[in-house]
Write a protein that binds this ligand. Structure first.
Ligand code: PXL
Length: 282
């Protein structure tokens, strides 16, 4: 059975990170092997939460798994508590990354132009280094701007322009040129305005192709959608699907889950109705 190591936090509420990734990977017929970066009562968007930081325990997972002699078809890393955890992920990659497996980096640092509470300059420089080791990089537009040293506000000021997506693609290509790997970058959460209507788009860029997919924007930013998206992408790629097929699958899975949560007036911090749509990933 194929296996994916999931380096991410476990949040009791918010349907994000491991709570989102494990069911997705399991329903896709792949074994999910979680390495928790932190255990939280709820994701950090809630007014109050308790967080148990796992930084000092992460190496124990790496060392034990090394002793067990296990290997992974995919490695995915997401939310980290701070820059020190990037070191732990780098060590994990030193032990488990091979030329045959796939490393997906979701450089969780912020959203909607604002950095998350755990963000720091040190974290950004660590993410830039991890980026060089990633086969697939899945930033949202905020994170793409951070990684490319660009102003988010300047970038989104072009969202009405017909060549806006091309602008985002150009930023991806500049980043890809800096990487020693043949990379795919998938940018999520690209808000666009066309004929007075708002759309939310994802764009996949690789050396020889690019693929763009958009849906009407509900006006809401639900917790965990990026994590669900990233899980479908790595699950699909590990199963041998193409980048375009993976993107279509993730979009088809998430679109109705988001619309339903929106129609039911679910609070954004609680995440989307993804459980109902897991069968779309079978
Ligand atoms: O979905 C990103 C994420 C993951 N984990 C935790 C978070 C967030 C975003 O706020 O707080 C704990």
């Amino acid at each position: 059975m194929k296996k994916i190591a999931l380096i991410n936090d476990l949040s009791g509420f918010g349907k994000c990170s491991l709570t989102a990734a494990i069911p997705v990977i399991s329903v896709m017929g792949i074994q999910a092997c979680p390495l928790p970066t932190a255990v939280l009562t709820a994701q950090t968007g809630f007014e109050n939460y308790y967080c148990d930081d796992f930084t000092e325990r992460m190496d124990r997972f790496t060392e034990q798994w090394k002793q067990m002699g296990v290997s992974f078809d995919g490695i995915s890393s997401g939310y980290m508590e701070g820059a020190q955890q990037i070191e732990k992920v780098r060590h994990f990659l030193d032990v488990f990354q091979t030329k045959d497996n796939l490393y997906l980096l979701d450089p969780v640092m912020g959203d909607h132009g604002k950095p998350y509470a755990m963000y720091s300059e040190q974290m950004l420089s660590g993410m830039k280094e991890l980026m060089n080791r990633a086969d697939v990089l899945i930033p949202n537009l905020t994170e793409l701007c951070l990684l490319a040293d660009m102003e988010y506000e300047e970038m989104v000021s072009h969202c009405n322009e017909p060549d806006y997506v091309k602008k985002v693609e150009d930023v991806c290509r500049v980043l890809m040129q800096k990487s020693p790997k043949n990379q795919t970058i998938i940018v999520t959460g690209i808000l666009r305005k066309k004929d007075g209507k708002e759309y939310i788009a994802n764009l996949a860029v690789s050396a020889d192709e690019s693929y763009y997919i958009e849906n009407p924007y509900t006006g809401k930013g639900f917790s965990g959608t990026g994590d669900l998206f990233a899980a479908v992408i790595i699950g699909s790629l590990v199963k041998g699907l193409s980048q375009t097929q993976a993107l279509k699958k993730a979009s088809y899975f998430l679109q109705d889950a988001i619309e339903e949560a929106s129609a039911q007036n679910v609070q954004e911090v609680h995440g989307v109705y993804f459980e109902k749509y897991l069968s779309r990933l079978l």
